[in-house]
Design a protein around this ligand. Structure first.
Ligand SMILES: CC(C)(COP(=O)(O)OP(=O)(O)OC[C@H]1O[C@@H](n2cnc3c(N)ncnc32)[C@H](O)[C@@H]1OP(=O)(O)O)[C@@H](O)C(=O)NCCC(=O)NCCS
Length: 156
């Protein structure tokens, strides 16, 4: 990340959701659609957060579902031209800081075994691999299930 540049982390407005969706389409199919995301934004079980740069452009997002004190991270993504600039790390760290307020103690996720960039990213954040889930995706790909304890991540 550029030093001295301020980033805004918050829940998205209706307009922000449209920008978020442009990033989503850079990487993901319609397994989670724009309509799904709009539904999540109006349902308190889900958490959606965005990161904006100083020009107020959305550069990254994450969302997932909260169940009791667990959170399942569905997607995290950074706009293509901002990749490998620690934006994803910063976004996730902002979310970690918020977890206490949201009463979230642990975070789970599934990641495609072929998504090496994301696997590296999650492991660098401190996620621990739990197990392999066979043929998790509609294309037959397997996934790994990862977990991180918020307190341990925060203490790192
Ligand atoms: C995964 C993702 C969010 C990471 O965001 P990012 O801002 O580019 O990541 P960061 O710059 O914070 O990288 C942190 C660490 O992640 C790993 N990493 C990130 N991108 C990587 C890449 N292209 N290749 C290898 N490792 C990578 C590295 O360990 C990196 O640390 P380093 O820079 O010291 O080597 C981003 O690559 C992305 O949006 N991917 C497409 C969507 C996706 O697959 N999301 C995850 C599944 S939902």
């Amino acid at each position: 990340m550029e030093t001295g540049v301020y980033y805004y982390y918050h829940a998205p407005s209706e307009f922000d959701l449209k920008e978020l969706d442009i990033i989503r389409k850079q990487y993901f199919d319609e397994s989670i659609s724009y309509d799904d995301i709009c539904h999540y934004a109006n349902d308190s079980r889900y958490v959606i957060r965005i990161l904006k740069n100083e020009q107020r452009a959305v550069v990254g997002y994450l969302f997932g579902i909260k169940s009791l004190d667990e959170f399942e991270l569905y997607q995290i993504a950074v706009k293509k031209q901002y990749l490998k600039n620690k934006i994803g790390t910063y976004l996730f760290e902002q979310f970690l800081k918020e977890c206490n307020k949201l009463f979230i103690k642990s975070i789970f996720l599934e990641v495609d075994v072929n998504n090496i960039n994301a696997i590296n990213f999650y492991e660098k954040l401190g996620f621990q691999k739990l197990f392999l889930r066979k043929q998790y995706y509609s294309n037959g790909d397997d996934c790994y299930v990862y977990k991180i304890e918020v307190k341990e991540a925060y203490d790192r």
